[in-house]
Design a protein. Structure first.
Lengths: 250, 139
């Protein structure tokens, strides 16, 4: 800048001209401005630092909170996993899905051989009765009949082979009641399924199950054909009364 | 504003801390639960089986067999005798049914199965005679 008096070049911060001693009004103002600026700068700096400190504190707390929440989530997942009783049949179901083609052929072999209770046990053991894969769709209808047949034979066996020891629990009444329920169920399902076009392939099996069940009833209930017909036509309660008479020799 | 946020954060941290502590205790408990010793039912089942045989309650043995076979066609450890006795009882029952039905092939294969199972009965061979006797006399 130039001195107003001697027109020589002087520095902007020189309060007087080093050549002529004239005052430099710009430098005075500049000095004042610089003081003001330094104050403002210091204030802003303090505010920024303060704010940064506060933000950092908040960030730390937020981080702690996030860590705690994540920890809670992880621990609750671990706890749920540990407390859950894993389904032991899950693996069996996966195996059934994987080997459905093999199992369907094995199941059909049981049916062909007339081993109906074994067939049903096979389906249950491989979870194919409750969760049948697609490959078992064509067996769905015949399964209704086999299932009832299976329960009839099972409960008939339990009636026949019950304990003759008078000191042992006598569950004959409930066994008879359950058998009569399944016997009625068998004939209801049989009537529907024998007419079904879907069971054409297994009609012989369905008829064979009926023949076998009736042979079992004739044998173990000491019935001739007429008595058996009458027994089959009877209601659940009448069947139960009849069986009570037979097995209690009343 | 900052102060309010700080207070809220502090409260949340305390709540999360307590939840953390509670869940930690729960997790420790869950490991104990997961590693608990599961009682082997085979021993108890064996005692019940002996009791049932003592009273000739073959219906109960058969009932167990039917239930067990819903899970596995092969006997699990300790269940072999129950499977053998029940399989013999089932075959003996079916023998009379096949005879009444006059099904030659079923009679033959069932008789073979009865013979095979009978050989496996071992100490429980006497049950075959008891079952045969009950079946013969029924109803």
């Amino acid at each position: 800048m130039i001195c107003e008096k001697c027109n020589r070049e002087i520095g902007p911060e020189e309060l007087t001209c080093p050549y002529c001693g004239h005052e430099n009004p710009f430098a005075a103002k500049h000095s004042q401005n610089m003081k003001q600026f330094k104050r403002t700068y210091q204030k802003t700096k303090d505010e920024v630092l303060d704010s940064a400190k506060n933000t950092s504190e908040l960030a730390k707390k937020a981080a702690i909170l996030i860590v705690l929440v994540i920890g809670c989530i992880i621990m609750s997942v671990i706890s749920s996993y540990n407390y859950s009783d894993h389904d032991p049949d899950e693996e069996i179901r996966r195996d059934a899905e994987k080997n459905a083609a093999i199992y369907v052929s094995q199941a059909q072999d049981y049916l062909k051989r007339g081993e109906y209770t074994e067939y049903m046990s096979f389906l249950y053991a491989h979870e194919l009765q409750n969760f049948p894969p697609q490959e078992f769709d064509h067996l769905r209808h015949v399964n209704y009949v086999v299932s009832e047949y299976y329960e009839c034979i099972r409960h008939m066996e339990e009636i026949v082979l019950r304990s003759d020891d008078p000191e042992y629990f006598d569950g004959l009444d409930s066994d008879i009641k359950i058998f009569c329920m399944y016997a009625n169920g068998f004939y209801e399902v049989y009537e529907v399924q024998k007419e079904s076009e879907k069971n054409k392939e297994y009609l012989a099996c369905i008829e064979d199950m009926k023949t076998e069940l009736e042979a079992a009833m004739r044998t173990y209930f000491s019935m001739n054909d007429d008595e058996l017909r009458e027994f089959i036509a009877a209601s659940e309660a009448q069947k139960a009364v009849k069986l009570e008479e037979i097995f209690r020799h009343e | 504003m900052n102060k309010a946020v700080k207070v809220i954060l502090n409260i949340l941290i305390v709540i999360a801390g307590l939840a953390f502590l509670g869940l930690f205790i729960d997790m420790v408990g869950s490991f104990k639960y997961a590693n608990r010793e599961v009682e082997d039912p085979a021993e108890t089942r064996k005692d019940v089986f002996e009791y049932e045989l003592k009273h000739r309650a073959y219906n109960e043995v058969l009932g167990t067999w039917y239930v067990e076979r819903m899970s596995s066609l092969e006997p699990s450890s300790g269940m072999e005798d129950i499977y053998n006795v029940a399989e013999y009882a089932h075959s003996a029952f079916m023998a009379r049914v096949y005879a009444e039905k006059n099904d030659g092939s079923a009679i033959g294969s069932n008789a073979d199965r009865m013979e095979t199972v009978k050989k496996r009965l071992g100490d429980y061979a006497y049950t075959a005679d008891e079952v045969d006797n009950i079946i013969k006399k029924a109803p």
